[in-house]
Design a protein. Structure first.
Length: 428
């Protein structure tokens, strides 16, 4: 099994974000999910792991995310040479995908400017889009052997500063189509340029430029991040008993009839059944492309186009403009060695009938000789506390017994009556 987190002995500086995923138990769902996706990623190059651990963490994370997206959409990934990053096939149609990220020009994703959000969206962000996309456009992928006569899609994500994952949707739309969208009334007016801080300008409307006619669409997401992998891993049960995730942000209000109609949301992942890899991704279609993209191949993902002053869009029932995920974990951040591998998914595979959706783990215990593990769970529906005891043999666990009690103290007394239990975690 391939491992993104194995020690390569590299002398290069390890990325801070990588170290957090590798070392912190609250990021365990991300780690497990990333490795699971990586082991289905046949097109990763030989330097992928090293770059993931060092200078290319954001870009490689985005590629992993795209791979998961394309799998979910039912695409077959063909082998590629140096470019494009992905060569997809579906219904006998091949599509070239080149991935790129807008990266910080300052360390640690510091703010590039202290300007207002309006100023950032109107000028600063489009300038970053320009510099990022232009590099790809100038490479003339349409002339390469694997991209020739195929639709070319540039997949894009913005990591250039801390706030760049929160606000880019409308800014990118404006830059691509050379317009300014009024978020209040939904009107669109034409604009010609964006102004740099030194007073120079760049031309707005990438899709109206001749050199961009080889680009069939821009596939944009602000969710190709560790937070997405953390949530997807959490839904699969890759977490320890007391980890809780809260997601907050802006989602599209489907009752409105506008391109951008945000409403705030907040939910606990325990009360949300699942999410899709494709929930937060949007396809901006180039109306002037030499080769038009068969957009139906991209299923129900969000799609936007603007041609002859006519704005068209289609969104799935759930579309997130931006979000952030908060983790709450009440045992030490650094994983205790004696509970390595005890995940919700592992617990359920041991004895599925001993836990219902209404049961919440409250305390974990391990015998001093490391041969018994005891867990106290709270049955909310009946307000009862249950002890569950497992035999431990390395990383193997054998279910032994369970009992119910009216109070948590009685449940503790039961466990303490078994000689040798030490407390691992108290989540009261």
């Amino acid at each position: 099994m391939k491992d993104l987190f194995k020690d390569l002995g590299s002398k290069k500086k390890i990325c801070k974000s990588f170290k957090e995923i590798r070392d912190y138990i609250s990021d365990f769902p991300s780690k497990k999910m990333m490795n699971e996706v990586f082991n289905t990623f046949g097109n990763s190059d030989k330097d992928f792991v090293e770059q993931f651990q060092t200078h290319g963490f954001d870009a490689r994370c985005f590629e992993l995310y795209l791979h998961a997206v394309f799998q979910e959409l039912g695409f077959k990934e063909l082998k590629t040479k140096d470019n494009p990053d992905f060569l997809l096939e579906k219904d006998e149609v091949q599509i070239a995908i080149e991935a790129t990220t807008c990266n910080p020009s300052m360390p640690n994703h510091e703010l590039i400017s202290n300007g207002s959000i309006e100023e950032k969206l109107e000028n600063e962000y489009p300038i970053k889009w320009f510099s990022c996309i232009e590099r790809k456009v100038k490479k003339k992928y349409s002339e390469s052997e694997q991209c020739k006569d195929k639709p070319l899609v540039i997949a894009l994500e913005d990591f250039h500063e801390r706030t760049s994952l929160q606000y880019p949707f409308i800014s990118l739309f404006n830059y691509l189509y050379g317009v300014k969208y009024d978020v209040d009334n939904g009107s669109v007016i034409k604009i010609d340029k964006h102004i740099k801080r030194n007073g120079s300008t760049i031309e707005s409307g990438l899709f109206h430029q001749e050199e961009a006619r080889d680009v069939s669409a821009i596939l944009f997401s602000n969710s190709g991040t560790t937070a997405k992998f953390k949530r997807m891993g959490y839904y699969k049960g890759y977490y320890f008993g007391n980890l809780k995730l809260i997601r907050k942000g802006l989602q599209r209000d489907n009752t409105g009839n506008k391109l951008y109609s945000p409403e705030r949301f907040c939910y606990n992942l325990d009360f949300c059944k699942s999410e899709n890899w494709t929930d937060d991704i949007v396809l901006f279609i180039n109306p002037n492309a030499r080769i038009q993209l068969p957009v139906n191949l991209f299923g129900d993902i969000a799609k936007v186009s603007f041609k002859n002053n006519e704005l068209k869009y289609k969104f799935p029932s759930k579309f997130i403009y931006s979000s952030f995920t908060r983790a709450f974990f009440r045992i030490p951040e650094h994983q205790p060695k004696n509970i390595d591998g005890i995940m919700k998914k592992a617990r359920e595979s041991l004895k599925k009938s001993c836990r219902s959706l209404d049961n919440i783990e409250k305390e974990w215990y391990l015998s001093r000789d490391n041969k018994l593990m005891g867990i106290i769970v709270h049955n909310i529906e009946h307000n009862l506390y249950k002890t569950e005891i497992f035999g431990v043999n390395g990383l193997s666990y054998t279910y032994k017994s369970e009992k119910e009690y009216s109070t948590i103290q009685l449940a503790r007394d039961e466990l303490f009556s078994i000689v040798g239990f030490d407390i691992i975690n108290n989540n009261l």
